[in-house]
Design a protein around this ligand. Structure first.
Ligand code: UDP
Length: 218
């Protein structure tokens, strides 16, 4: 049975995740092809040694099984593409770098991308299409929703709940909660790079600074 894998998005995120995808396949001793999908392509070309095509051309490929990692940082774009893939019967593909550390009792839903040097410790539940970029970690007893994005170097400490579509910027630190009072990062909230989050963040707001405060629109 022929299999075809793809990294959806050939911009920064996708080109950084392609080597992670190759590591994943090498570990599984799977010699199937992995291509780039990007809707900006008008015809089939090549990027970094991989065939690159738009989604319509990908659908025309003859492989019996197709799996796709959506390597686009914008979470709502990831969700839109995930719906389209589901409608077309294409599975979401999770890719983990070789040196990712995964400890005990971890549940991670489909379509996640764990970049090099990511650590996920114990008793953690994570939703669909999670992106943990370089050197991020998730400590014990965290619950993370769907389409959450961690830029590089995010420090997510213990007992933190992060709701769907939240974006955590590079180098942000989130203070640990307690089992009865987790720190909650609300749905769609944005935590600015380098922010030091000391308390829960409401849905939809942007917080920046140390200690992190809500950024008011001018
Ligand atoms: N893209 C796509 N289909 C879509 C939306 C985006 O193929 O429906 C592609 C877009 O052409 C671009 C990439 O996804 O090449 C997103 O790149 P961007 O630089 O915005 O973000 P990043 O790589 O950081 O996620």
């Amino acid at each position: 049975m022929t299999k075809l894998y793809a990294i959806y998005g050939a911009s920064g995120c996708g080109r950084s995740l392609m080597p992670v995808a190759r590591q994943q396949l090498a570990r599984e001793q799977d010699s199937s092809e992995v291509v780039f999908i990007d809707d900006a392509f008008t015809e089939i070309g090549a990027i970094n040694g991989h065939r690159a095509m738009n989604y319509a051309d990908f659908l025309n490929e003859s492989a019996a099984v197709k799996s796709v990692q959506i390597a686009i940082a914008h979470s709502h774009v990831r969700e839109k593409i995930a719906h389209r893939l589901a409608q077309d019967g294409i599975t979401l593909w999770s890719i983990y770098a070789d040196n990712v550390v995964l400890m005990d009792q971890i549940e991670i839903a489909e379509g996640s991308a764990l970049s090099p040097f990511v650590t996920i410790t114990s008793n953690i539940k994570i939703g669909k299409c999670f992106h943990a970029n370089l050197y991020s970690y998730v400590e014990h007893d965290c619950i993370i929703g769907d389409f959450v994005t961690f830029a590089p170097g995010v420090k997510c400490n213990g007992n933190i709940h992060i709701e769907d579509h939240a974006y955590i910027g590079a180098g942000a630190v989130i203070k640990q909660g307690t089992p009865d009072r987790p720190v909650v990062i609300g749905r769609g909230a944005i935590v600015g790079m380098g922010a030091v989050v000391t308390k829960s963040v409401p849905a939809g707001v942007t917080v920046v600074g140390n200690p992190a405060r809500i950024l008011k629109s001018k």
